[in-house]
Design a protein around this ligand. Structure first.
Ligand SMILES: [Zn+2]
Length: 210
C-alpha cells in the first residue's frame, strides 16, 4: 500500500513537469512519403475527399510538396489550390466542426460556402517586395474571406469584424479563436492592415494568434 502511494506521488509529480516541446519555427518533422501517405489516409478516414498531388518545386524558391487538392471537406471552399496535407488536415476539421457549430450558435444558420483568397501563391510576406517568402509560396497557408449562409447572408471578415452586428462580430471572433487551437499561425484584422479583410492560417511556425 505504501509502495502504491509512493508510485502515485511520483506519477503526480511527473505530471507537473512540462513535457519537452519540439522547438517552434520550422516544422520539427521532416516531410517523408510515409508521413504524407498517413496524413492523406487520416483525412480520408475523417470523411474528406482529397487528391494527393505530385511534389512540385520552382526555381524561384516556391514549392508545393506533400500537398493535396481538397475535393470535398463538408462545406465547399472557393479558390483553393494546392495545400500541404499538414495544413489541410486541421483546416478540414475547422471547416467541418468549428464553422457549423459557431454559425448555429451565433447566427442560427448554416454555412453553405466559404470564400477563400487562395492557398498557393508564389509571393513575399504581405505581398511586399523584399520580404521573406510567404508560407503561401510553400502551399502552407490559406486565406479565408467570407462565409455564405443558406438564407443568403454573406458574412465577410472585411465588414463584419468591426461591424455593427454583435452576433456577426462574435461569430468571426469565435472562428478566429477556434483556428488558433488548430493552426500554428493565425493572423486576422487586429494584427495589421494587410489582414483587414481575411483570416490567414499557416503551419509555418507559431504559436501566433492575433
Ligand atoms: Zn495569407
Amino acid at each position: 500500500m505504501r509502495r502504491l502511494a509512493a508510485t502515485l506521488a511520483l506519477l503526480s509529480l511527473t505530471a507537473c513537469i512540462p513535457s519537452v516541446q519540439a522547438p517552434r519555427g520550422r516544422p520539427a518533422t521532416a516531410e517523408t512519403p510515409e508521413r504524407f501517405a498517413r496524413c492523406v489516409a487520416m483525412m480520408r478516414a475523417e470523411g474528406s475527399k482529397v487528391e494527393a498531388l505530385p511534389n512540385r518545386s520552382f526555381d524561384n524558391g516556391c514549392s508545393a510538396t506533400s500537398a493535396v487538392k481538397l475535393v470535398a471537406i463538408g462545406i465547399p471552399v472557393t479558390n483553393l489550390g494546392a495545400v500541404k496535407c499538414a495544413l489541410a488536415a486541421p483546416f478540414a476539421r475547422w471547416v467541418r466542426e468549428d464553422v457549423p457549430a459557431q454559425a448555429r450558435r451565433w447566427l442560427g444558420g448554416e454555412v453553405v460556402r466559404i470564400e477563400s483568397f487562395g492557398s498557393f501563391a508564389c509571393r513575399p510576406v504581405n505581398n511586399q517586395t523584399g520580404n521573406r517568402l510567404s508560407e503561401h509560396g510553400r502551399a502552407n497557408a490559406i486565406d479565408i474571406a467570407a462565409f455564405r449562409l443558406r438564407d443568403g447572408r454573406v458574412i465577410r471578415v472585411r465588414d463584419g469584424w468591426n461591424g455593427a452586428d454583435g452576433d456577426i462580430r462574435a461569430f468571426l471572433r469565435a472562428l478566429h479563436k477556434a483556428a488558433c487551437a488548430r493552426f500554428g499561425v493565425v493572423i486576422g484584422p487586429d494584427a495589421n492592415a494587410f489582414h483587414h479583410d481575411h483570416f490567414h492560417f499557416d503551419m509555418g511556425g507559431g504559436p501566433y494568434c492575433r
